[in-house]
Design a protein around this ligand. Structure first.
Ligand code: B4P
Length: 194
């Protein structure tokens, strides 16, 4: 498996470092990052009707509906820059989204190489997100997002473990240490030992 051509998913609770590591990793692997959080925020910033609708969902701590995310991700994965691999940051976040992703990739004759699950204890997640102060980072909303993660996204861990794709990363380390851990995991995937 060529590291440069990898098709990866970054999975983890809000504040686990998906966005932070995604940027570093995409540069290292020379593949585009597809951050659905960034896509959603861009839609909101555009001031479109859709953006206004989506904003209410995001600031409530809930997830945007699966069908809308499916449209955005399907369109993005059809772009030619993803032909040499990609890093999905924040997608899928529900089991139906995982099914959509599998179908889109199957239609394109591709499949995932791995799912990197970044694990961080809940009190540390709260601390990081309270420090960040984004519009959806008020304590009450953060707690809701963590509950939504437990209910809707956590089942993906078992799903991808059963598919043999899951690679668990200890995210409760410095940003640099997490980056080094991920690099080690990717290297062992490349050598076919993980
Ligand atoms: P996201 O943008 O994906 O929100 P996030 O989970 O909070 O971001 P992330 O987890 O990447 O942040 P990071 O840890 O890097 O989504 C926002 C919203 O969009 C969602 O709530 C949802 O409504 C909607 N949405 C997105 N995708 C969707 C989908 N597929 N379906 C439905 N809805 C969707 O950063 C957090 C902080 O921690 C930063 O300040 C960072 O500096 C810090 N940090 C990171 N690593 C650290 C470390 N090792 N040590 C200390 N601090 C660290």
């Amino acid at each position: 498996m060529a590291v440069g051509g990898m098709r990866l998913v970054l999975l983890g609770p809000p504040g686990s470092g998906k966005g932070t590591q995604g940027e570093r990793l995409a540069e290292r692997l020379a593949v585009p990052t597809i951050s659905t959080g960034d896509m959603v925020r861009a839609e909101i910033e555009s001031g479109s009707d859709l953006g206004r609708q989506v904003e209410q969902i995001v600031v409530s701590g809930a997830l945007v509906e699966d069908q809308l995310m499916a449209r955005l991700v399907r369109r993005r994965l059809a772009e030619p820059d993803t032909a040499g691999g990609f890093l999905l940051d924040g997608y899928p976040r529900t089991l139906p989204q995982a099914d959509t992703l599998a179908s889109v990739l199957m239609e394109q004759g591709r499949q995932l190489d791995g799912v990197l699950m970044i694990d961080v204890p809940q009190d540390e997640l709260l601390r990081r997100l309270l420090d960040r102060q984004r519009a959806d980072d008020k304590e009450e909303i953060i707690r809701r997002r963590l509950e939504v993660y437990d209910r809707q996204t956590k089942p993906l861990v078992e799903h991808y473990r059963n598919l043999g794709l899951l690679r668990e990363i200890d995210g409760h380390q410095s940003i640099l240490e997490v980056e080094t851990t991920i690099a080690g995991v990717l290297e062992s995937m490349r050598q076919g030992v993980a």
